[in-house]
Write a new protein. Structure first.
Lengths: 301, 301
């Protein structure tokens, strides 16, 4: 089924203990769409500047990602510069240049209006709500957000949250959004705000899905080295929503599988800078790692 | 099969955001033996002072714990006073009085020498090694340790580690012991030091078992409130070793089950101060929570 991502496209400059990369493709819509493209056709709504050239569009085209919703406007593309130290659980932002992203107003091409699965990447919640309202045939919509919007625009965020089925959120941000330190209480609080399903991403500790009647927890795939954690959350979302859109099934048991696919895709993303590892996935690699997570969690009843 | 714990018995005074408790029964041998007593007969080697009265011994006797190895000597019992703030992941020690524990030299009653499963709680690694050497009929031995010994007595700890099959250790301490930040690398490093099986305890994030040929990860049981985390690690060890001794089976698949039993027992421990919830377990509660963890981790292949 059709899957649409609305979010950012950026050029990231990143330093980690394992190396550095300059002005590589990044942004929530980039990580999401490249990950989801392994499951289902994906379309993107985003904005780029004049410095976003054909070679950059080509990266998406090579993954058959529909970029008709990506506006190219005068100015420079969003840039982010960050650094990871020590255990790499926290990005330290060195520089943010919003550029054309500052005045981003998502424009949905008419051909996209029959979209059935929608991912609202981490952007202004007012824009998220407007985008959400443009669609009438959705099977499911998911939203991601961050501390900046939680603390700065709580009322607008609450309105957007009330319209989606699924929230994907980091552990710390779930605590901030709910005012609850305990994750079970935090999820229950958030479920009352709208989303029936709350997926709490816990980085190297995995992810937990809170459904109306059950909890599911999946580990992160154990890696010997995390090269660059940038985009892991959006990549998780891409694997998660990609599997849902591929199957068209939003039952609890299928959402559990989707969490594992999210974990699998996230594990590939962090093995190299940017989307390079995700672009290079070989047939069977996703399923092999899915089975490895099955083995990793298996015990006899 | 027979299970012996060597460790501390203490009176703990604890403050958490949910209340406080004064001079309640604690110590590694206490949490371990009470937890393990739900699986198999347990015997204890420890030391207490003259203030450790019959009512205290009675707590253990009520769980059929063999206390012949507990020496009662002149002086006061080990006391620890601590506090947990905010997210309760870290104990802040307010006061430590080693008292009779300072000159503890474990004495193994002859009747204990045919012990098959041994748990060396977090004590001086020289004592751990001496205890380990006293036994010749062991099926498996497990060791716990902490930052104090890792940084202060690395060579003695290495000697003790070389003699055991299983190390149970916190995430942060695994990093410290191995000098590896990545947990997979940390476990591989530690396995080279002796223990074939390394169980890394990750608190609210669960536990991971590194076996020679596989990795297994179990979540923590999700609780709405952690009342007092004191003793969670030793309780985990008690459930883990209790299941191994009950079954006499140290295959990888049985160690996986043991990790889940460890997680189950740990989850009960933290619901009340000290061992009070562990003492009150009803028949079937352990198995019910074991099945809940099965459901919590289940997804279709």
């Amino acid at each position: 089924m059709s899957l649409l991502a609305v979010g950012s496209i950026a050029f990231d400059s990143i330093r980690t203990p394992h190396g550095e990369a300059e002005e590589i493709l990044g942004g929530s819509a980039t990580f999401f769409s490249v990950a989801a493209s392994w499951f289902t056709p994906v379309r993107v709504v985003a904005v780029v500047g004049e410095d976003f050239r054909d070679e950059h569009f080509q990266v998406f085209r090579d993954r058959s990602i529909d970029m008709r919703g990506v506006e190219r406007v005068p100015g420079r593309t969003f840039r982010w510069k960050g650094e990871y130290l020590g255990d790499m659980n926290q990005a330290h932002t060195l520089d943010t240049q919003l550029n054309v992203f500052e005045s981003f107003v998502p424009k949905i091409p008419p051909a996209y209006l029959e979209t059935e699965f929608l991912f609202l990447g981490n952007i202004d919640p007012v824009l998220q709500l407007n985008v959400r309202r443009a669609f009438s045939k959705l099977r499911a919509s998911a939203l991601d957000t961050m501390n900046y919007w939680i603390s700065g625009m709580p009322e607008d965020l609450a309105k957007a949250l009330a319209t989606v089925e699924i929230l994907l959120i980091n552990e710390g941000e779930a605590r901030m959004l709910s005012g609850q330190n305990n994750l079970k209480k935090a999820a229950a609080h958030i479920q009352k705000m709208g989303p029936r399903f709350v997926v709490i991403k816990r980085g190297e500790h995995g992810a937990t899905l809170f459904s109306p009647d059950s909890i599911f927890t999946a580990p992160a795939y154990p890696l010997e080295q995390v090269h660059d954690p940038t985009g892991a959350g959006d990549t998780f979302a891409g694997g998660f929503m990609g599997h849902l859109a591929r199957t068209g099934d939003i039952s609890d048991s299928n959402l559990r599988r989707a969490v594992v696919y999210g974990s699998v895709l996230g594990s590939f993303a962090v093995q190299e800078f940017g989307v390079s590892r995700l672009l290079r996935l070989a047939p069977g690699e996703i399923e092999a790692r899915y089975r490895e997570i099955k083995n990793l969690t298996h015990f006899d009843a």
